[in-house]
Ligand binder design. Structure first.
Ligand code: 13P
Length: 263
């Protein structure tokens, strides 16, 4: 039986005092339940402060990205070793915003390789996170053009197998995958529930082929992309959708609470 998981990805929003007030506010109201895990992923600079707020609470701490080396001359990067020092439990990798696609390419094509993640760098990040006992939240998802070309499953399979290459299946029991169709992120266009379920089932089947079906049954698969209080319940009641990765709505305590109670 998989425990539901609702994670808030704050992206580059809120200064640490605002983030602390947000979490403090919903901690006072959130119902403590053992059938749903709650995670907040603040910007790096807010992590120490939010860690103090969530300590001994029902809320776990996540990061939004990581570099795959422990230390060295990697200006501006943050390692899993450093996240581990701050008791970070989860870390998002492969978000479409860090893969460098940004939904539509907002930057010249030639600059993307300098900051964009690839399946190969995502794989290195996952291996390093697992080494430090931090659970990766691996994001996969197709762009609108890829969907319209009928390539959704192919894109997702490539992203999944690239990210998992060389990882022992037994390490995937605690794993989290988030299906985030790029066209649904921040657009208000939520994926049709039946289609979101179909893709999440496909993700589980692909992990089953890669590792084994028993492991795949334990992997939590989230849906992300314009999840709001009014659509969360239907999405989360699907058999292969184990919760959500929430962007905009996680910045509002009331909305986030309502989404959690839908899980
Ligand atoms: P929105 O919920 O704002 O669409 O963002 C989803 C997302 O990208 C979460 O990682």
């Amino acid at each position: 039986m998989r425990t539901k998981l609702v994670a808030g990805n704050w992206k580059m929003n809120l200064i640490s005092t605002q983030g602390a007030a947000l979490v403090d506010g919903f901690l006072k109201r959130v119902e403590v339940r053992d059938d749903v895990d709650i995670v907040v992923c603040p910007p790096f600079l807010s992590i120490p402060r939010i860690r103090d707020v969530v300590r001994n609470s029902a809320v776990k701490l996540g990061a939004q990205n990581v570099f795959w080396k422990d230390d060295g001359a990697y200006t501006g990067q943050v390692s899993a070793k450093q996240l581990h020092e701050f008791c970070v439990d989860f870390c998002i990798v492969g978000h479409s915003e860090t893969r460098g696609k940004f939904g539509v390419l907002e930057v010249p094509e030639t600059t993307v390789p300098f900051f964009g993640e690839t399946d190969e760098t995502i794989n290195l990040k996952i291996k390093n996170l697992l080494f430090y006992g931090i659970t990766p939240i691996l994001c996969v998802g197709e762009t609108l053009a890829e969907r319209e070309e009928g390539k959704t499953d192919e894109v997702i399979k490539t992203q999944l197998l690239g990210a998992l290459a060389g990882i022992d299946g037994s390490e995937l029991y605690q794993f989290v995958v988030a299906y985030e169709p790029v066209w649904a992120i921040g657009t208000g266009k939520v994926c049709d529930t039946a289609e979101a379920q179909r893709v999440c089932r496909f993700i589980r089947a692909t992990i089953g082929e890669f590792a084994d079906p028993e492991v795949a049954e334990d992997v939590r698969i989230l849906y992300g992309g314009s999840v709001k209080p009014n659509n969360a319940k239907e999405l989360f009641s699907q058999p292969d959708i184990d919760g959500g990765l929430i962007g905009g709505a996680s910045l509002d305590g009331e909305s986030f609470l309502q989404i959690i109670s839908s899980a």
